[in-house]
Write a protein that binds this ligand. Structure first.
Ligand SMILES: [Mn+2]
Length: 352
């Protein structure tokens, strides 16, 4: 299969994607399979719901199968518990997916992010399409509908709905609102533009609730997660004269607090809330061995480029990578590398 990037630059800095490959795929296939990356976030799951609703409104049969379990905070996207299926476990064995004619992959462009589902995707014989906004990109043997200037994959699904003249229902609007708000840090990140706010207004008009969605995601923490947050913050350290902040979560921390690895989502944001911090790092020990590194930046530091050295990726202001070595070794090594780069970029701090 050939890799196609079907975009041209539209007015302003926004790209205008040509959605005809999606239109054609819907026209010629009946049974769709949707998937996304490991440890799915709000953009991944919300985009899946949005696209599933879009396809269903066209009378198509849709299954969503993900490599990871759905985090509890996103259970409101699947009120009947019938929408998201986990690959190879609760009901979605590869053999059950043989009837799927076309595959759409959302919010990722790298094989590593498919983890345990990568082999299945490689072997999938039907057409595959990727809808994504990440900068980094592998050859996925797919038609790529990609716009790295988009603030979320949900934004792209919303544009697809417009291009295909699909009207929004409340479920679709809720999925896309979750996607857009979560990937923009609840409309705080610099990626948030007047267009983002117009998109959100349209979704609220179509039946999504900004208040309700916020409460579902942020105000249903478990006591275990709250304890983990407290302990992680208590362990926050700084380097490079306060320009770099870092914290780590070990398997022991999870065990002691009763938290799960899903409970670490957006703990990283606290690292850049400290005054004067330009780069925040979170090291999470993985049960399969090695460490997940998450990065956030507030100044010129390019997180995606840094993560790329370790086979990871993401965006300029937010990225991640998996590191093979034990936690202790990684922390000092990575903090030193990041500090050197921060130092080199801006020169030494002039004391006030
Ligand atoms: Mn995303």
């Amino acid at each position: 299969m050939i890799s196609v990037s079907g975009f041209h630059v539209g007015s302003g800095n926004r790209m205008t994607l040509d959605w005809s490959p999606l239109e054609k795929l819907i026209g010629s296939h009946q049974k769709f399979l949707l998937t996304t990356h490991v440890r799915p976030d709000g953009d991944a799951l919300g985009s899946e719901v949005g696209l599933a609703e879009l396809l269903q409104s066209r009378g198509r049969d849709v299954r969503i199968v993900n490599v990871s379990e759905t985090p509890a905070r996103y259970d409101f996207l699947d009120p009947q518990g019938a929408r998201f299926h986990q690959f190879n476990e609760l009901g979605a064995h590869p053999a059950d997916l043989l009837d799927r004619e076309a595959l759409i992959i959302l919010d990722l462009s790298s094989w590593s992010q498919l983890a345990g589902m990568a082999d299945f995707v490689r072997a999938f014989t039907g057409p595959r399409l990727v809808i994504d906004h990440h900068v980094s990109q592998d050859d996925m043997g797919a038609v790529m509908l990609k716009d790295p200037t988009a603030e979320s994959t949900g934004t792209l699904v919303l544009r697809a709905a417009r291009a295909l003249n699909v009207s929004l229902n409340p479920a679709m609007a809720t999925g896309l609102l979750t996607a857009i708000t979560m990937d923009t840090g609840w409309l705080r990140h610099p990626s948030t533009t007047p267009d983002t706010l117009r998109d959100v207004a349209e979704l609220v008009q179509a039946g999504a609730s900004l208040t309700g969605t916020y409460r579902f995601i942020f105000e249903r923490n478990s006591l275990s997660r709250m304890r983990l947050m407290g302990e992680t913050l208590a362990g926050l350290r700084t380097a490079c004269e306060g320009r770099v902040a870092y914290a780590s979560v070990t398997l022991k921390d999870l065990e002691r607090t009763g938290a799960t690895s899903q409970d670490t989502e957006d703990l990283i944001d606290a690292t850049v809330s400290l005054r004067g911090v330009e780069v925040g790092l979170l090291f999470t020990e993985l049960s399969r061995g090695g460490v997940k590194l998450s990065l956030r930046s507030r100044e010129g530091f390019d997180c995606a480029k840094f993560a790329g050295q370790f086979g990871g990726g993401g965006h300029r202001a937010a990225a991640g990578a998996s590191l093979p070595d034990p936690l202790e070794e990684q922390v000092s090594k990575v903090v030193q590398l990041v500090s050197q780069q921060v130092q080199a970029q801006r020169g030494p701090v002039v004391s006030a």
